[in-house]
Design a binder for this molecule. Structure first.
Ligand code: HPA
Length: 273
């Protein structure tokens, strides 16, 4: 695995001299953020050694290196999900590549279903913590000590400093941003109303099918991790209608402008941490 990481990084370094400081994973419907990136080098997952292509609609499958407000970034436009049948190791491989390239901060974004009744579709919510109900963990197996410790601490899986920065930036752009606990399930089915009632009882504010593996890998690597969720729908049983992926993509697209402004405004402050 470690050899594969080095091989992929060597390939990327042969294509660009950029040394990214901030890594960004763009979730469902949020891929359009790449319009904000300057001096782009675009590499498709197909051409990157050891990367797997994305199969989910709304996930492009490209790595973009460039700058946002002068900050060097590496952006994964599209991610792999466990419900596609990928192993946890495959899912977190791109994040490990970014860390090997030099990122210190990892910003994870996703679309999720709102459980907390204070949320509405279109809200952006900062992850304060997560609950892993995927039944899997990317660190299972021999520990790769070059990457991190056997038993990583998860007390502050989402950096309090970055949450504060994001909140400040949100205020500056007139956005009322919320915080909450993200629960990840394996999917690909959306949840049943009974499952949503259970998730509410155990303290989840929103639910999705991603992010937690990358967050665990990021913490293992010692990165400062931040999570931003776009509430694309109220969760099953709370929403009066049935759920579908088109609604998720459409709602995410609607908040693109706000989401992009928030990220761009925060970038310099995050880099200077
Ligand atoms: N459940 C799980 N994943 C999701 C949802 C949801 O309601 N909305 C967007 N991703």
């Amino acid at each position: 695995m470690y050899e594969k990481l080095k091989q992929t990084c060597d390939f990327i370094k042969s294509k660009t001299s950029s040394v990214p400081k901030v890594g960004l994973v763009l979730g469902s419907g949020l891929g359009a953020y790449i319009q904000r990136i300057e001096n782009q080098t675009i590499l498709t997952y197909e051409e990157l050694p050891n990367f797997l292509p994305c199969s989910v609609e709304g996930h492009e499958g490209r790595l973009i290196l460039g700058t946002v407000d002068g900050v060097e970034v590496a952006v994964l436009q599209g991610r792999l999900h466990a419900y596609e049948g990928h192993s946890m190791e495959q899912i977190v491989f791109p994040v490990r590549v970014l860390a090997t390239l030099g990122i210190e901060v990892l910003v994870l974004t996703n679309a999720s279903g709102g459980i907390n009744m204070d949320y509405s579709p279109g809200d952006l919510v900062l992850l304060s913590d997560h609950i892993n109900l995927m039944g899997k963990n990317p660190l299972v197996g021999p520990n790769i000590s070059e990457l991190g410790p056997r038993f990583p601490d998860m007390t502050q899986a989402y950096s309090e400093e970055i949450i504060q920065i994001m909140k400040e930036s949100a205020t500056e752009i007139g956005l009322n941003i919320k915080t909450g606990i993200y629960c990840s399930l394996l999917g690909p089915t959306y949840e049943t109303p009974a499952e949503i009632r259970m998730l509410k009882t155990i303290g989840a504010d929103m639910v999705g099918m991603s992010t937690v593996p990358e967050s665990i890998a990021g913490n293992h690597l010692g990165l400062k991790v931040c999570g931003i969720s776009c509430i694309t729908n109220m969760a099953a049983g709370i929403a009066k209608h049935k759920l579908n992926h088109d609604e998720v993509k459409e709602e995410a697209l609607k908040v693109m402008e706000t989401f992009s402004s928030l990220l761009t405004k925060s970038m310099k402050k995050i880099k200077d941490l």
